[in-house]
Design a binder for this molecule. Sequence first.
Ligand code: 5CA
Ligand code: ZN
Length: 409
Amino acid sequence: MHAWPASEVPALPGKGRDLQIHDTATQGTITLAPGPVARIYVCGITPYDATHIGHAATYNAFDLVQRVWLDTKRQVVYVQNVTDVDDPLLERALRDNQDWTELAERETALFREDMTALRMLPPQHYIGAVEAIPGIVPLVERLRDAGAAYELDGDVYFSVESDPNFGKVSNLDAEAMRLLSAERGGDPDRAGKKNPLDPMLWMAARPGEPSWDGGSLGRGRPGWHIECVAIALDHLGMTFDIQGGGSDLAFPHHEMGASHAQVLTGEFPMAKAYVHAGMVALHGEKMSKSKGNLVFVSALRRAGVDPAAIRLALLSHHYRADWEWTDEVLAEAVARLERWRAAVSRPDGIPADDLVEEVRGALSDDLNAPAALAVVDRWVERQIATDGDDESAPGLVSRTVDALLGVAL
Ligand code: 5CA
Ligand code: ZN
């Protein structure tokens, strides 16, 4: 699939710092020092509805990762998927009596527009589940041939017991795993499974549903976790730097993915850091397509909200925090954007060399975007209150905010 156009990232004087980031698997902060090429896989959308603020917040976190790495003069290989065939997408298409491929294409196109408007840097490889099927089938066959998968009425399940490291990504107890499995696409109550948590690798064709040739697996469609493993291994190989998503993906999605990869390659972990963004809520509940309590990025844009203000609203919360979207959050961001623009539009100003280093310091410290905003706020206050004579300062602040925070002033 094609991704979306990249906005240019200005080069800053000096060099950025290595990223320290919280890793869900080891439950601590680790310093990532990739080689000249940093590799990241971020789980993409299931395109059955428009991009909401929760999605945007999660993609914002991983956009910051890219920007920190680019500032260290590394090249970044960024891979993102689109789950363009899965139960929720097919259910929505059926409910609304529309073609599932058209629904997926339309919502993916809107996602690209939203990401472009928000100045999120695009992935180099943007891969749909459907186009990944030829790579998924042989992996499922390998898992089955290794004795790590079994058949149940034509469906193929992964046996979590085949992985000695199962549980080491999300660190949850058995009861929590069971509850989350039922909530997040699993089927722990299906009779005949070896372990209630075992996830599906390949679902045999159902009447009225799309299906593909699965070689020795028969016709069907892929399970969710193997989709991301196949795409990640194909484009990044094993032991890449970060696998990212919202905190609702830690279990089962990233846990199961790590397990599939462990059995396939004999290695753990698939990613050096498992990075999870907090959940954005609306009216006290997690924003989710299934609940319908959503604020869409495209609706805000249509209402005339500057995408740079949306981006500042996202940046005003630490990526790991759970937070609530409110009108005040947006109003504050709109006011901040106005202040920042007024400050950098002055022909000269007070020196900003420290600002670059301080923003770098904040972001390399587990992507502390609120601290980075505070650094810029302090410069802006002084800039508005004082008459400086540093001609290069406003431009340097603009370029820093653009390069490291993705906000065009
Ligand atoms: N296609 C799968 C991943 S392979 C999927 O989870 N799609 S999604 O459309 O449901 O979510 C896309 C991303 O947005 C995921 O990383 C998810 O964790 C994140 N996300 C969903 N809802 C929220 C929310 N309310 N707040 C923050 N992030 C969210
Ligand atoms: Zn995924």
